[in-house]
Design a protein around this ligand. Structure first.
Ligand code: GLC
Length: 550
């Protein structure tokens, strides 16, 4: 499976479809929705973790990598799902959370019980000479990255929640365990693998504090061993699959590092997720603070990565949404005035870039952030920690709520809205996280009278059918334009108006009288001419060269 002409659809199983009325999504629910997935037409479905887990981080805290969490279903359900999708030529991608395990994993429990072998699976250190924590690293969910290792007097490292203990990748046994897990799932017909925060596995050997005034993240991010470990994992597991797709999630990374991880000659991963384009509205890099987004900030970051990864010979995973990000239509579009236009514009400019597009469930019907009014409506540990921290640091409750509601990962995790019923067609019970606007935004309404879903279907077809889109080179056009993102993919021209103001753009001459491959307004009402192309609010289009030119 070459991956250049593929499109992947992400499902957060907890929020996609509940089949038994307990308010939590499950694998049988996903099985019930296979026809919907087949209608949309992606090549692969990425399932966020459904493995045995205490659910402190919704399954990103794995207690058993080879078993299905009972709340999600059984191994038979999983096999039925894999086979059912295969019947529609849709592959499955599993989410491998290999930087850390849950502290309820057997390995951690045996380490705590004093078994030396398993102690060496984790990063356990004595206190610093002054009795303080072993180093200055911080948890990405707030607070220090170290917690007491039972009553031993030592500490264990956790870059995320205290129940997510970081694994010691320097230990060859750990690396072998990871390869064995991948091979186990390959044996079940799985051909896609996403590796969670995988650029954190090569930590600085001595686990030292960062020098004064240096961000501790440099001590454990994109370390020099990451590539060695990835190559080893490739050779010991998925590398032997002729047909496969692998993607690594890269935290706080660089273009150079990502080109290395995804360069085909290196035999590591097929592609990478990076996040710089989704931090353009973080003032001074701060997630828990608000600032308006400049329309061209997103474009300039997308451009920088498209061009940089092309030059470096790497490959991007293309996305604006996932289970950790607020809905892109709320961030970069206009959900009140131009929901369909801005959702489809954002999709067009990302899908047609050089890379492999990912769609996050609900994006294809223009789902928005929920309209909650109390902090108790949120469930995510990261959001709740951030709220407490904002209050502690002197923000008013109203201000803290405003920040958290704009940034919370729960924005993406509300249930998939299938219809306008109280449970949104997601559940007959009480949803674990409430939907709020299913009366307006839902699959049934979208399929009968919307245009977002159809637009995504067309984008997927274009990726499949037009070689310039899957394999062409990337070149920006009119990069200085303040409100339009435009680029060429060889003989395809793409442009999107990032704002609600009508604007004009000069297009390359050879696209004079070009043909529309796609347009997000119902019917283009003017011929494209190089003199001046008018783009209405959030209008996006792609053109192929006209027949009159060669
Ligand atoms: C990744 C996941 C996120 C999770 C974190 C720790 O960033 O996408 O949901 O909380 O890793 O596993």
């Amino acid at each position: 499976m070459s991956f250049h002409d593929k499109v992947i659809y992400q499902i957060y199983p907890k929020s996609f479809q509940d089949s038994d009325g307990n308010g939590v999504g499950d694998l049988r629910g996903v099985i019930d929705r296979i026809p919907y997935l087949a209608e949309l037409g992606p090549d692969m479905v990425w399932l966020s973790p459904f493995f045995v887990s205490p659910q402190r981080d919704n399954g990103y805290d794995v207690a058993d990598y080879r078993a299905v969490d009972p709340t999600m279903g059984t191994i038979d359900d999983l096999q039925e799902l894999i086979d059912g999708l295969a019947g529609h030529r849709i592959g499955v991608m599993f989410d491998m959370v290999f930087n850390h395990t849950s502290t309820e994993h057997e390995w951690f429990r045996r380490a705590l019980a004093g078994e030396e072998r398993f102690r060496d699976y984790y990063l356990i250190r004595p206190p610093a000479p002054d009795g303080g924590l072993p180093n200055n690293w911080e948890s990405k969910f707030g607070g220090p990255a170290w917690s007491k290792f039972g009553d031993t007097g030592d500490y264990y490292l956790h870059l995320f929640d205290r129940t997510q203990a970081d694994l010691n990748w320097r230990n060859p046994e750990v690396r072998q365990e990871m390869a064995d897990i991948v091979n186990f799932w390959i044996g079940h017909g799985v051909t896609g693998f996403r590796f969670d925060v995988i650029n954190l596995i090569g930590k600085e050997e001595q686990l030292r504090s960062s020098p004064k005034d240096v961000d501790p993240r440099v001590m454990y991010t994109d370390g020099e061993d990451v590539e060695t470990y990835l190559r080893e994992l490739h050779d010991a597991s998925f590398g032997r699959l002729a047909e496969r797709i692998t993607v690594g999630e890269m935290s706080s990374t660089s273009i150079q590092a990502c080109a290395g991880y995804s360069h085909p000659d290196n035999q590591e991963l097929d592609m990478v997720f990076s996040f710089h384009h989704l931090k353009v509205d973080y003032p001074n890099g701060q997630k828990w603070a608000l600032a308006p987004v400049k329309p061209d900030a997103l474009k300039l970051k997308l451009h920088e990565w498209a061009e940089g990864m092309q030059t470096g010979g790497g490959w991007n995973a293309l996305f604006l949404n996932n289970h950790d990000q607020p809905r892109s239509v709320c961030r970069f579009g206009d959900p009140a005035g131009y929901r369909a236009e801005s959702a489809t514009m954002l999709a067009t400019i990302t899908h047609l870039l050089r890379g492999t597009p990912f769609i996050y469930m609900g994006e294809e019907i223009g789902m928005t952030d929920p309209e909650y009014d109390s902090i108790t409506d949120y469930a995510d540990i990261e959001a709740l920690n951030a709220y407490d921290e904002l209050i502690r640091s002197g923000h008013s409750a109203a201000e803290a709520f405003r920040i958290v509601s704009a940034r919370a990962r729960d924005n993406a995790r509300t249930p998939m809205q299938w219809d306008s019923s109280p449970g949104a067609g997601f559940t007959t019970g009480n949803a674990w996280l409430s939907p709020t606007n299913q009366d307006r935004i839902n699959v049934a309404t979208e399929l009968s009278s919307g245009r977002i879903f159809r637009h995504y279907q067309r984008l997927i077809r274009l990726r499949h059918e037009i070689p310039d889109i899957s394999a062409g080179s990337y070149r920006a056009w009119a990069l200085e334009h303040p409100s339009v993102y435009a680029y060429l993919r060889d003989d395809v021209f793409v442009a999107g108006n990032l704002t609600s103001e009508t604007t004009t753009l000069q297009i390359p001459e050879e696209f004079d009288h070009g043909e529309y491959l796609i347009n997000n307004y119902p019917g283009p009402n003017y011929p494209p001419t190089s003199a001046s192309l008018t783009l209405r609010p959030y209008e996006a289009l792609a053109l192929s060269k006209g027949e009159t030119t060669s």
